[in-house]
Write a protein that binds this ligand. Structure first.
Ligand SMILES: [Zn+2]
Length: 364
């Protein structure tokens, strides 16, 4: 197969997971318009394809943010290895976040017990020889190999996916690196000319982005549903839901009860439009200026934890039909004055227009 077709095949494979539209105008340099994401349903259980495609980047990487040249170089080795293997961008972020926690992106000669290298992998656990594990490319290949074998890793919370690979004594420590890893990987991908599809911002260049790009169904407080404090988007089950803006996760909860008795219905199964009340699996995120966003009816436990910082566009869960719901959709709310009750709710449609991230169906 010719080089060019290999490259396009690899790019196409990556694009299968998350399609982005609009300018990839520069995470660091900034752009003018908020680019749209077109999240598509993830295919559960699909493992990472093993394609090879040449990718480029500087030999010596510059410092980026708080990370020095050496640390950025190691993150770049991880990112580029992931891209070469055909691993989707979400996997690059998981790997870099893991290395941030395990080694602060330093290629360590030693560590706890016989741990070695960026991911602190252990020769005694069959990861490779100490010399191999100090090769960032080899260490990354081993990480991605194991990640790709985990069923459903693409929709797991970062912590769960990292823990499944690493079997760390401190699994919760990975979550705090999600935002920094997403930012660093995005900057590296743009420099190396890699697709930024599926990375945190998904091409978002403004402070706000659409949580999903899908047709708006039921509107905010319409005449037939005056108590509907948000807007609904019809989207296939499994569609990735993204944080509309950077912030801190306030609430992660299952809220699904029997409409008649108030007894627990649960989020392990779909809700019912008549028999079930509640938001299902949902997330509230606090943003600057007292703003709060809410995302309801997720299919399974959200990917984020209370207190976690998220970046704009970060995947937080997937579309489902838990709680008061007649079928898979996202119910999205915007609140002001830090008021999570119905009193704080405002119409998301004009609000998102004003933020440069209008809601609605993807451009065709
Ligand atoms: Zn709704």
């Amino acid at each position: 197969m010719k080089l060019r077709s290999l490259v396009s095949l690899a790019v196409a494979l990556i694009a299968v997971f998350i399609l982005c539209a609009g300018g990839l105008g520069g995470f660091l340099g900034g752009g003018t318009a908020a680019a749209g994401c077109i999240p598509v349903a993830t295919s559960p259980g699909s493992s990472s394809p093993t394609m090879t495609a040449p990718v480029a980047g500087p030999t010596l990487w510059p410092a980026i943010g708080d990370w020095d040249s050496g640390q950025v170089g190691n993150a770049a080795a991880i990112t580029i290895t992931g891209a070469r293997l055909g691993v989707p961008g979400r996997g690059w972020v998981i790997a870099v976040a893991t290395a941030m926690q395990e080694s602060t992106l330093r290629n360590l000669a030693g560590g706890d017990r016989d741990s070695v290298g960026l991911f602190q992998q252990r020769p005694s656990q069959g990861w490779g020889t100490p010399a191999q594990l100090q090769d960032p490319v080899y260490a990354s290949e081993k990480f991605f190999g194991k990640l790709g074998a985990i069923d459903g890793w693409q929709t797991m919370p970062l912590t769960e996916a990292a823990q499944a690979v690493q079997i760390s004594a401190y699994p919760d420590a990975y979550a705090k690196w999600e935002g920094p890893a997403a930012e660093l990987v995005t900057a590296i991908a743009e420099t190396a000319g890699l697709p930024t599809d599926g990375l945190a911002g998904c091409g978002a260049v403004g402070p706000w982005t659409q949580p999903v790009l899908a047709p708006v169904g039921s509107a905010f407080r319409s005449s037939d549903r005056p108590g509907h404090d948000g807007v609904d988007f019809s989207a296939p089950r499994g569609t990735v839901i993204r944080a509309a803006s950077a912030g801190t996760v306030r609430t992660v909860r299952c809220n699904a009860v029997y409409a008649d008795s108030g007894a627990e219905w649960g989020c392990h199964r779909d809700g019912d439009p008549i028999r079930t009340r509640g938001c299902g699996w949902y997330v509230d995120i606090d943003h600057a200026g007292g703003l709060l966003t809410r995302y309801c009816h997720m299919d399974k436990p959200p990917m984020v934890a209370v207190g976690q910082q998220v970046v704009v566009g970060q995947p937080i869960g997937v579309v489902g039909s838990t709680g008061h719901s007649s079928g898979p959709h996202l119910h999205y709310e915007v609140h002001q004055n830090g008021d999570a009750s119905a009193n704080g709710a405002i119409d998301p449609v004009p609000f998102m227009v004003a933020q440069g991230a209008p809601l609605g169906a993807p451009p065709v």
